[in-house]
Each structure stands twice: as structure tokens, then as C-alpha cells.
Ligand binder design. Structure first.
Ligand code: SF4
Ligand code: SF4
Ligand code: SF4
Length: 281
């Protein structure tokens, strides 16, 4: 890491537990406080500069939930900057800031962000968003308030140039959020699949001498034509979960192979995450 480069969030969806310490720390830092050159005060109610979004997947009994902290992505090619006529600017260190004087009355700028990261401050009549706590980073703080308050390590900030960030993304499997917006977001996410992909899950069980019991150690294979898409082995409860599938990706063949030559083949239609319930073999 070099001193120069772009400040950027690193966000781990798998570590976020929805405690909202980050949101509260942001409010503690910004509600009632004016940071000249950075932002006017945040309103007490309504603003979510660090917005933790929830995603539930599956159906009973195979359900999971993930949380995605979603602040301003401090985009390198930001449509909010383009729409603002000079009221929003990206600093050389990558922090995108709204000038409250130039942006006064510009409610239209709320709609300019495809991530929904800009809130409207009705009382002050200004658009507002995450500043990356520039007033703190500029005075030597190593991290903003939300990052400091996160108990699980789900939030980090780093200062990396684009080549360093690309290397990190490759080696650690980090992804930008919705790159299809074309805004070149600088935040990088780990475990985004928890949000953007879906799963097929089930519980394998077998009947022996009139007693139905779960089957541990069964091999489960999901395939399409000759291609094996995912494999799993059932756990001590007979459960399996084949994750990382594309939503709406259509029909697959599911094969379960258990002990004593027992098994089953099923067709599974994947529109979103699906629980097959008990899969008897
Ligand atoms: S403080 Fe950390 S764990 Fe808690 S909601 Fe925020 S990002 Fe998630
Ligand atoms: S996330 Fe939205 S508000 Fe933030 S820089 Fe990108 S376009 Fe602008
Ligand atoms: S970096 Fe600062 S302004 Fe942005 S969400 Fe975190 S605490 Fe709020």
C-alpha cells in the first residue's frame, strides 16, 4: 500500500451481522455537527449514509440471510458528479463530496445515484451522503467512524491505487457492487455471492427397517447436460447446500448417491434459492 492512491471501502458481506453500530457511529459523528469543506450536519432522522441492506434466501427449512453494508461507492466515473454541474466533485484521493452551497435546492441529485446513496436533507434543503469521514482522514485518522465501530471486521478502508486494488481483488476474490451501472465504483466487496447468487438445498433421508433417518456423507451432484455445476457432501444432519448459482438459470439434474447403492435423481428448476425439503433415497 502506498500513501497515494484512492481511499476505498473493503466490505465483507459474510461478516456483517446487521448490528448497525456503523450507522449509529455515522450519526454520532455527523448529526448536529458541521464539518466545513466536507458536509453540513446530518439530520437526526431518515438519513442512512451507511445503509445495511438485508437479503433472505430459500424457504423453510433451508433459509439464510445476509446483510450488505451499502454506503456511497465513491465512484471513479460518478453520474452524480456528471449531473451536478460542479456541485459534486471527486477529490484526487478518490473521495466524492457534495458541496452544500453549490448543491442547495438540488433535490434532483438524489436520483442521479444508481446505488441510492444520496439522501435529501429536507431541513437544510441539500442532498447528502457518506463523506468517507474526509474530515477525519484529512487529519490523520486511519479509518472513519463506521469502520472503527464495526465489531466484526466487516468494514475496512484502504488507500490503494487502481493497479493495487485490481491485484487485491484478484487474489482475494473481491468484487465491485453492480459494475453494470458503469460508474466504476471503488468499494470492493467480499462474499457478494451471499447477496447475488442462489442455492439449492435439501435434507437427505433414508428408511431402514421402518425407521427414517438422515443420511450423512451422501454425495450430491448438480449438473446440466454433461457439465457438473456443483457438488456437495451431506453433513451429519443429511443437509446439503449447493450455492453460487445464477438466479433464473433454469433446469438442472440433481443426483444423490448414498450408502448401500441408494440414490435418487431429480430435476430442479432454479429461479431463485430453493429448498427441496426432505430428499428420500
Ligand atoms: S457495524 Fe459491522 S457488523 Fe454491524 S451492521 Fe455495520 S458493517 Fe455490519
Ligand atoms: S455511489 Fe452514487 S453518490 Fe456515490 S459516487 Fe457513486 S454515483 Fe455518486
Ligand atoms: S465513512 Fe463516515 S460518513 Fe461514511 S458512512 Fe462511515 S461514518 Fe458515515
Amino acid at each position: 500500500m502506498t500513501a497515494a492512491g484512492t481511499w476505498r471501502f473493503l466490505i465483507d458481506v459474510a461478516k456483517c451481522e446487521d448490528c448497525n453500530n456503523c450507522l449509529l457511529a455515522c450519526k454520532d459523528e455527523h448529526v448536529g455537527n458541521h464539518w466545513p469543506g466536507v458536509t453540513l450536519p446530518q439530520p437526526r432522522r431518515g438519513a442512512r449514509w451507511m445503509n445495511v441492506v438485508r437479503k433472505e434466501r430459500g424457504q423453510y427449512p433451508h433459509v439464510d440471510v445476509a446483510y450488505r453494508p451499502t454506503p456511497c461507492q465513491h465512484c471513479a466515473d460518478a453520474p452524480c458528479v456528471a449531473a451536478s454541474g460542479g456541485a459534486i466533485a471527486r477529490r484526487p484521493d478518490g473521495i466524492v463530496l457534495i458541496d452544500p452551497d453549490k448543491a442547495k435546492g438540488r433535490r434532483d441529485l438524489v436520483e442521479s445515484c444508481p446505488y441510492g446513496a444520496i439522501d435529501w436533507n429536507e431541513e437544510l434543503s441539500v442532498p447528502q451522503k457518506c463523506t468517507l469521514c474526509a474530515h477525519l482522514l484529512d487529519t490523520g485518522w486511519k479509518e472513519p467512524r463506521c469502520v472503527q465501530s464495526c465489531p466484526t471486521g466487516a468494514l475496512k478502508v484502504v488507500r490503494l491505487d487502481d493497479a493495487e486494488a485490481a491485484r487485491l481483488a484478484t487474489t482475494e476474490g473481491l468484487l465491485p457492487l453492480h459494475p453494470e451501472h458503469g460508474t466504476k465504483p471503488t468499494a470492493l466487496y467480499r462474499s457478494l455471492a451471499r447477496f447475488e447468487k442462489c442455492f439449492v438445498a435439501g435434507s437427505v433421508a433414508a428408511e431402514t427397517n421402518g425407521v427414517v433417518d438422515c443420511v450423512a456423507g451422501a454425495n450430491v451432484t448438480l449438473s446440466r447436460g454433461a457439465e457438473v455445476v456443483a457438488t456437495a457432501t451431506t453433513d451429519a444432519f443429511g443437509d446439503f447446500k449447493l450455492d453460487g448459482l445464477e438466479e433464473g438459470s433454469g433446469r438442472y439434474a440433481l443426483a444423490v448417491s448414498g450408502p448401500a447403492g441408494r440414490g435418487i435423481r431429480l430435476e430442479v428448476e432454479v429461479t431463485t434459492s430453493v429448498s427441496l425439503g426432505v430428499v428420500p433415497i
